[in-house]
Design a protein around this ligand. Structure first.
Ligand code: ATP
Length: 239
């Protein structure tokens, strides 16, 4: 069974074709980076995977279930690009709110709250109101919420945007640990330097899949030394 299957997926918004015949699979226990310039369809693609957007063609499956599927969503942690947080509540209250939505019991919630706050380096900021958080802190709280119910699959839309380099490093370390525990992780980014951290890459440009595989395979295939160069050689353009 594949963790995620994207089968010949196409999507238009009105007349604008945003994704065209995208086809790939994601296996359990790998970190997959969906990489491409701004506006190329990365967010739309993960929304289609999750069943949050309707498809014009093709289908998306998670754990063999056609999406959307409510029962599968309990096993998925999703971090959207726009933070969906309650500004009037503290960080801790936000975690408690989402923990209750996920059905976590009090003890489990406390234990997971402490863990996700530690991972995202928010332990000392949990009692502050979120409206007083910086952009990076809000991103980290969104990541903490995505991790809260210990999901098997993490789908993270630009998790490291606005996050400083030291914390970025520690977030990637944590993602690696989660992967080593058997979690499946999908990350979108337009930061090409994050490509090398992923086990597999899906390179998108103008809504088309232009390359698929490991960073090393791609660089070998195109006889280049960076992912930027793969992008150019495979028919993409730099941002
Ligand atoms: N709900 C919508 N209605 C109409 N057009 C949309 C909608 N959502 C996205 N689009 C368009 O689809 C295209 C792809 O957008 P998408 O957000 O998927 O790109 P992206 O690669 O995630 O970009 P970024 O890296 O900037 O987040 C863009 O041209 C965008 O304007």
């Amino acid at each position: 069974m594949h963790a995620i299957e994207v089968q010949h997926v196409s999507k238009k918004f009105k007349q604008q074709s945003v994704l065209e015949d995208i086809h790939f699979t994601i296996e359990t226990g790998e970190i997959v980076g969906i990489i491409g310039p701004s506006g190329t369809g990365k967010t739309t693609l993960i929304k289609l995977m999750l069943g949050m957007e309707s498809l014009d063609d093709g289908q998306a499956k998670i754990n063999d279930h056609l999406m959307p599927n409510f029962s599968v969503l309990g096993k998925v942690g999703y971090m959207a690009q726009a933070d969906a947080l309650y500004g009037e509540l503290t960080g801790k209250e936000n975690l408690a709110f989402f923990g209750k939505l996920y059905g976590l019991k009090k003890d489990a919630l406390q234990q997971r709250q402490a863990y996700v706050a530690h991972v995202t380096n928010l332990t000392n900021d949990l009692s502050k109101r979120v409206s007083n958080y910086s952009g990076g802190m809000k991103r980290r709280l969104s990541l903490a919420i995505a991790l809260l119910h210990n999901p098997d699959i993490l789908i993270l839309d630009e998790p490291t945007v606005g996050v400083d380099p030291i914390l970025r490093q520690s977030i990637w370390q944590e993602l690696n640990e989660l992967r080593d525990q058997g979690k499946t992780i999908v990350v979108t980014t337009h930061a090409m330097d994050e490509a090398g951290r992923c086990d597999k890459l899906v390179l998108l440009n103008h809504g088309r899949l232009i390359a698929l595989g490991t960073a090393a395979e791609m660089m070998k295939q195109f006889d280049v030394r960076t992912i930027e160069e793969v992008f150019l050689a495979a028919g993409g353009e730099e941002e």
